[in-house]
Design a protein around this ligand. Structure first.
Ligand code: FES
Length: 196
């Protein structure tokens, strides 16, 4: 309350002092006001620097969060694309021993072949011959996979090359029984050392 009165008195004095003209007059008249409301230029600079630092900090945090978000999404997408699909092979459960069934895996464009060997076990492979990509078929007579293009042949139980020009085994598709149904759960690309 008293400070308001002092300010008011100061302002009245400044207005009433008609001879007020130069710096010393102004300083003298406003000295009490300055005492009531001190102004520190250095402190103002500090506040400005603090605000600037806060701004930089917030901006950096926002950039970090954004970058981390993109990185996390990229990692998630990469992991999704690396994990093989799990797909039921329709009709496999009624497949008779020593017969085969064509299906697609891991995508609709990838032809594959499921074989139920004479012992009742299931085996699946990519259908492309590893020589020049002709489709292989299952020979019931010989109980093996054969390629009609250059007389290559593969073991039905392992996919290994039995004879002919194929340089490596067929790509294997991992199958699993779930509640009486056959599921494809992964595919492995063979290498030349897997020729057989
Ligand atoms: S493409 Fe199969 S043996 Fe040549």
């Amino acid at each position: 309350m008293s400070s308001n009165k002092n300010i008011s008195d100061t302002i009245k004095r400044v207005i009433a002092k008609e001879e007020l003209s130069d710096e010393s007059d102004v300083r003298e008249a406003t000295a009490p006001y300055q005492a009531e409301f001190p102004y520190e230029r250095d402190e103002e600079a500090q506040v400005t620097r603090r605000e600037f630092c806060n701004f930089l900090g917030l901006t950096s945090a926002a950039l970090f969060v954004g970058t981390a978000g993109f990185a996390a999404k990229a990692a998630f997408d990469a992991r999704e694309s690396l994990s093989p699909p799990v797909a039921r092979i329709g009709g496999a459960e009624t497949l008779a021993p020593n017969t085969s069934l064509n299906f697609s895996y891991p995508t609709e464009r990838d032809s594959a072949i499921l074989i139920r060997t004479a012992d009742g076990a299931y085996h699946a492979y990519g259908q492309k011959c590893t020589h020049l990509s002709c489709p292989v078929y299952y020979s019931r007579d010989h109980q093996r996979l054969e390629c009609p293009c250059h007389e290559g042949a593969f073991d039905a139980a392992t996919g290994a090359v039995l004879y002919g020009p194929p340089p490596r085994a067929l790509d294997a598709i991992e199958v699993e029984m779930r509640d009486g149904q056959v599921w494809a759960i992964g595919r492995t690309t063979s290498s030349p050392k897997d020729r057989g």
